[in-house]
Structure formats: structure tokens, C-alpha cells
Design a protein around this ligand. Structure first.
Ligand SMILES: Cc1cc2nc3c(=O)[nH]c(=O)nc-3n(C[C@H](O)[C@H](O)[C@H](O)COP(=O)(O)OP(=O)(O)OC[C@H]3O[C@@H](n4cnc5c(N)ncnc54)[C@H](O)[C@@H]3O)c2cc1C
Ligand code: FES
Length: 274
């Protein structure tokens, strides 16, 4: 179900959370736990939240993050992010117990088909972030799940156990061969795609655009439906600035906007950028 947001209903999505916990997964990847009932109640796997990373006007714009995991019983959710610039550094510096200004949930989410033999999750790097909350949802419907995850090196793989605890069968790849399959995650998927396509499966994916482009080809060539979550750079985050456009493959329109029509798209709907 698409859940697009218009500027007029944004105020209902403004909320505050309390930073409960932060944990360094690697030197630059952090998992943060935030207490907030509204997000936990409303979030659909694949949706994102916009976080105001500083009380000052620098940086002015909020930063978008996927929800990594939710705990409804304890009213907290987690995000998993990499420090790549000023905004993510400021967020990483937030003190435990501080208030965090949140806008969300925003965008649409993954759609879980009713009939599915198993779900195939494919992640590149931090594209893993929206896939654990999806796994939580798949677990509720007892859909068996396998994960293919590729990284440059093995550093971030410590969170694999979060997937394994939910019964996911995990296949790993590293570009430098330091762990698992030596090569890209799409090369790894290709080694087994002939077996996968014999069942009713769907691919759910997030990662860098070159990976998504290859995966789109694999899914089309093998006739496997594929839902892609895009992480383009965003400015406003709610469909006004048109800064998050992606080429649309639908005859009626040239572009789609990731914050408004996405971030999750059926692979045939869009062409990931370079
Ligand atoms: C829907 C959505 C969900 C996201 N979820 C996550 C998540 O769960 N975890 C996570 O780590 N990141 C996620 N991102 C990316 C995250 O929002 C950016 O890393 C963050 O906004 C960077 O802010 P910054 O101020 O630190 O960096 P900036 O100073 O804004 O940028 C630093 C450098 O990174 C580049 N850059 C910034 N954003 C992106 C981007 N989206 N893609 C490619 N290059 C970029 C800039 O061009 C610049 O070179 C998501 C993005 C979107 C749109
Ligand atoms: S970020 Fe402004 S329209 Fe999407």
C-alpha cells in the first residue's frame, strides 16, 4: 500500500524520541536505539524517517534514514547508519538521553505478496538497513527468508546474527575476499539463481545503484519480481524540491520522486541512476 505524504499532513508526522543507546558496529557504522511510540506503531518495512541532526541551522536539512529494527513491546526502534559527512557526524555525536527530532514515517514500504515460497533479500553495504525490519514482518507471516549481503570487507558482518536469530539463511560476499564469496553480491546471487527461480519468490533489495542496475537485469532475465529501495540524496523529503528524481520507465511520466513515490519501487517502474 503506497503511503505518500503531502506537505499538508506533515505536521502529524513530527515527533520526538529519546536516544536510548548507540553502538559502534565498525569505526564508522553506528546502530542507534530511539524510544518513540508513534514511529514504532506506524512504520512499514522500507519506510524512512527524516531526522533533524542539529538544533542549529547547520545543516539546515534533515537527513533520511531507514528504520532498521522495531520493538513494539518496548516502544523503541533502531537505525543503522554510516558517518559520511557533517549530518551523520552530528547525529553520531548525539548524547544518550538527548531528544531527537523526527519526521515520519515517510514514503512507501515493501509490499509482501500473499503467495510466496520464500523471500530473497539482497543487500549491498549499508543497503542492509531496511531489510531487518522487513525480515521481522516476513517472520510474522512465516515466509522463509534468505539473505545475500555483499560488503567491501567483512567488518560490518557482526550484525548478521540479528538476521540469523530470525531464522534467515545468510550468504555473504566480500569484494576483497576477506569473508565468504570472493566477489560482488550479484555474482554470488547468480551462482544460485537457477535454483531460486524454480519457486515463487520475490527479491527485496537495497544498495548502491550499480548493484541495483545489475540486479534489475537478473530479475528481468529470470522473470523474478523485484522490489528496489532507492537511497538518492534528498533535500525537502516530501515532494516539493524535486531533488530526488529517478528516471521513470512508465510511458506517462519522465521522472518519479524517491521521497514521494518511493523509496521502494517495483524494478520495472524505474531505472536506478549511475
Ligand atoms: C530513503 C533513504 C534512506 C536512507 N537510509 C539510510 C540508512 O539507513 N543508513 C545510512 O547510513 N544512510 C541512509 N541513507 C543515506 C543518508 O541519508 C545519507 O548518508 C546522509 O543524509 C548523509 O548526510 P551527511 O550530512 O552526513 O552527508 P553530506 O555532507 O550530506 O554528504 C557527504 C557526501 O556523501 C554524499 N551523499 C550524501 N547522501 C548520499 C546518498 N543518499 N547517496 C549517495 N551519496 C550521498 C554527498 O554527495 C557527499 O559527497 C538513506 C537515504 C535515503 C534517501
Ligand atoms: S527530496 Fe524534495 S522532492 Fe524528494
Amino acid at each position: 500500500m503506497k503511503n505518500t505524504v503531502s506537505p499538508s499532513n506533515l505536521s502529524s508526522k513530527l515527533t520526538r524520541g529519546i536516544l536510548l543507546e548507540k553502538k559502534f558496529i565498525t569505526r564508522s557504522i553506528i546502530k542507534m536505539r530511539i524510544a518513540n511510540e508513534e514511529i514504532v506503531d506506524l512504520i512499514q518495512p522500507g519506510q524512512f524517517i527524516n531526522i533533524r541532526v542539529a538544533d542549529s541551522f547547520s545543516p539546515l536539512l534533515r537527513r533520511p534514514f531507514s528504520v532498521f529494527r522495531v520493538n513494539k513491546g518496548e516502544n523503541w526502534f533502531e537505525i543503522l547508519f554510516q558517518i559520511i559527512g557533517k549530518g551523520t557526524q552530528l547525529l553520531a555525536d548525539t548524547q544518550i538521553g538527548a531528544e531527537v527530532d523526527l519526521l515520519g514515517p515517510l514514503g512507501n514500504g515493501f509490499v509482501i505478496p500473499k503467495k510466496l515460497d520464500f523471500a530473497v533479500l539482497v543487500a549491498g553495504g549499508l543497503g542492509i538497513a531496511p531489510l531487518l525490519v522487513l525480515t521481522q514482518e516476513l517472520k510474522k507471516t512465516n515466509i522463509p527468508t534468505i539473505l545475500f549481503w555483499g560488503n567491501r570487507t567483512k567488518d560490518a558482518f557482526t550484525i548478521v546474527s540479528d538476521f540469523e536469530k530470525l531464522g534467515v539463511k545468510v550468504f555473504l560476499a566480500t569484494d576483497d575476499g576477506s569473508f565468504g564469496f570472493n566477489g560482488t553480491v550479484t555474482e554470488l546471487l547468480n551462482t544460485t539463481v537457477e535454483n531460486i527461480k524454480k519457486s515463487t519468490v520475490e527479491i527485496f533489495t537495497c544498495g548502491p545503484n550499480p548493484m541495483l542496475k545489475t540486479l534489475k537485469k537478473i530479475s528481468i532475465n529470470n522473470n523474478i519480481p523485484c522490489q528496489i529501495s532507492l537511497e538518492t540524496q534528498m533535500a525537502c523529503g516530501f515532494g516539493v524540491c524535486m531533488g530526488c528524481n529517478v528516471t521513470s520507465k512508465m510511458d506517462s511520466e519522465q521522472y518519479k520522486y524517491v521521497c514521494q513515490h518511493g523509496p521502494v519501487f517495483d524494478s520495472w517502474e524505474i531505472e536506478p541512476g549511475d
